[in-house]
Ligand binder design. Sequence first.
Ligand code: 5GP
Ligand code: ZN
Length: 118
Amino acid sequence: MSQSCIFCKIVAGEIPSKKIYEDELVYAFHDINPQRQVHILVIPKHHLTSLQDATTSDEPTLGRILSVANQLATEAGSPGGFRVIINNGDIGCQEVPHLHAHIVGGDQPVGPMLKRLD
Ligand code: 5GP
Ligand code: ZN
């Protein structure tokens, strides 16, 4: 655990969250500022800053994040599909430096993948 990491503190129960799911590898909770009707964050329980720092030893956790996504999205109200977004580092516009997959959806299409830069 990183002492200064807000998502590590959420996993440890030191900061409250609306928990959806937890197993030995990952923790899932509702985003505090949802961008769509369904907006879930799935994170490794151990501190991992981003995919920039991932190694082969993280593969079980990274696989679990994706393999639980459909169940979590369906149960949260997005049975017709969803989008998974992982922002990494400064160029990826990552704000919280503990890896997290956004699962976004609902009963409306989530929209274009990226807004074109002019
Ligand atoms: P990023 O831009 O790093 O990919 O996304 C960070 C996400 O974490 C944002 O969607 C933001 O709303 C969410 N977030 C930041 N702090 C908290 C928090 O304390 N609790 C919860 N539930 N979500 C948070
Ligand atoms: Zn952390």
